[in-house]
Design a protein around this ligand. Structure first.
Ligand SMILES: Cc1cc2nc3c(=O)[nH]c(=O)nc-3n(C[C@H](O)[C@H](O)[C@H](O)COP(=O)(O)OP(=O)(O)OC[C@H]3O[C@@H](n4cnc5c(N)ncnc54)[C@H](O)[C@@H]3O)c2cc1C
Ligand code: HEM
Length: 415
């Protein structure tokens, strides 16, 4: 263990080089594996980051008993990438080659042995998880209905071909033939229904591959693939009052949890804060208003930008609205929305007195830096703004033109 940690400290300093070497080695020696990975170079850059995030995590937790169940789930989920035992052997060989390359003089037979053993423990756990899972590698699900709100938000109703188990508040990963070998995470927007259908609420991101395919191009009859449901944003029953804070399509998992509560009303009060940057992002307002009128345990506050506000005033506005409602130390707080929204809002509610252990949110399936809501970190080093998720203030105030197709109303367009 000590050998591994000190070797990793050496490799970490040259992580980017090691990761590039790893993939070049892997694809050169196993050309067939290349087509299992996303074609886009941006996705591959993300994948490179993930590999090292995964390795760091695994090494830091090798002695932790939670690692084994995590690895088994990761292996089960890797079946959707078509990973086979031969691939694990190939990945192991390329990993050792890359670590040796990055370690230079610090490499020795003992170091090689320690890495080889650690990799085998990890790969064995993943392959065991894959072999023992009774779930299918993925669920085919047909698009049954596609509702477009404005130009950039769609709610897709999917009918999985086989029963798809999940809990309200969880997410699934999605792949479409329109964007081959690319998987993205979307929250499920409803509690389980008798007919087994599920809704995904998708917000299109400028230049976003999957979100554009799902919002603009997907049509009823398309078949998507769904990965096993995951995530910890599920409702904890108890006697503490609850605050749900949702921004944009972050409303989806909150809606699923509210549907669950509507079926079995809670004893405690529930406050819902809906943060939306424009009318298109308040796409479910009629339903939310109905719920507010129907349930005496529910109160709703909408938060939309005031005209002419400046970017960093958005956070002030959110802070004011949240502090006006008070009682934060008592609350269980559930957050859902873009990554920077979660980051800023969890900080805000903590400042207002919420207890850190009682603030719940999901940042994604991957280790550390992953896809989607927590990808493309803004590290302030002057990247192209398109290469990172928007900050909360930008998201809140940069209102895209809604382009209503029915200018007199807010009816969605159905395909
Ligand atoms: C747990 C979890 C749940 C999620 N649930 C939902 C959901 O219910 N509905 C939903 O619409 N999305 C959800 N997402 C986000 C989703 O997974 C995708 O990241 C998103 O749709 C973008 O994918 P893409 O392929 O379109 O964009 P990509 O092709 O991956 O990205 C294109 C460009 O946009 C940048 N970018 C990525 N994300 C953002 C962003 N948020 N804002 C601005 N720029 C960005 C990238 O850095 C890149 O430069 C969730 C993410 C996570 C982790
Ligand atoms: C011990 C070995 C491995 C570890 C620790 C590991 C770890 C990871 C992690 C953490 C992710 C991101 C999680 C996610 O998106 O759900 C990932 C994605 C992926 N892995 Fe692995 N993996 C391993 C082996 C393999 C093997 C053998 C293959 C063979 C094909 C593979 C193919 C992929 C693919 C295709 C992706 C998705 C890439 C993307 O969407 O950008 N992995 N891996």
């Amino acid at each position: 263990m000590r050998i591994l940690k000190s070797s990793f400290a050496v490799v970490e300093r040259r992580a980017e080089h090691a990761a590039k070497y790893f993939y070049t080695h892997l694809f050169w020696h196993n050309p067939g594996i290349r087509e299992l990975f996303p074609a886009s170079s941006e996705d591959m850059q993300r994948q490179r980051d993930r590999l090292f995030a995964a390795l760091t995590h695994v090494i830091a937790h090798l002695e932790n008993e939670t690692l084994l169940p995590y690895l088994r789930d990761l292996g089960r989920d890797h079946r959707k990438f078509l990973a086979s035992p031969e691939h694990y052997a190939a990945v192991g060989a390329s990993l050792i080659a890359a670590l040796q390359e990055a370690s230079a003089d610090a490499w020795s037979p003992q170091v090689e042995k320690a890495w080889g053993q650690a990799y085998q423990v990890i790969a064995d756990a993943m392959m065991a998880g894959a072999a023992s899972s009774e779930d299918p590698p993925w669920w085919d699900a047909e698009v049954q209905r596609h509702l477009l709100y404005g130009q950039d938000i769609a709610v897709l109703r999917l009918r999985p071909h086989a029963p798809f188990p999940y809990l309200p508040g969880q997410y699934t990963s999605v792949s479409s033939e329109r964007v081959p070998t690319t998987w993205r995470t979307y929250s499920i927007g409803n509690a389980p229904r008798a007919d087994g259908t599920i809704d995904l609420h998708v917000s299109r991101i400028e230049h976003g591959r999957m979100s554009t395919a799902l919002v603009r191009d997907a049509r009823p009859g398309d078949v998507l693939r769904l990965g096993a449901a995951g995530g910890q944003l599920t409702f904890r029953r108890g006697d503490r009052p609850v605050s749900f804070i949702a921004a944009g399509t972050g409303w989806a998992p909150i809606r699923a949890m509210l549907e669950e509560l509507a079926g079995r009303p809670p004893d405690q009060d529930v406050r819902l804060f809906v943060v939306a940057r424009d009318a298109a992002h308040l796409y479910d307002r009629p339903l939310i208003d109905e719920c507010a009128a129907a349930f005496d345990w529910l109160s709703v506050t909408y938060l939309t930008p005031a005209p002419g506000r400046h970017r960093n005033q958005a956070t002030d506005r959110l802070a004011t609205a949240l502090s006006n409602r008070g009682l934060w130390p008592d609350q269980d707080v559930y957050l859902s929305g873009p990554p920077r929204f979660i980051e800023e809002t969890s900080y805000l509610v903590e400042e207002l007195g919420a207890r850190p252990g009682r603030i719940f949110y999901d940042s994604g399936p991957a280790l550390g830096r992953g896809d989607g809501r927590d990808d493309g970190q803004d590290d302030g080093r002057g990247q192209d703004p398109r290469d990172r998720p928007m900050g909360f203030g930008e998201w809140f105030l940069n209102r895209p033109d809604p382009h209503w197709h029915n200018p007199s109303g807010r009816a969605p367009r159905e395909y």
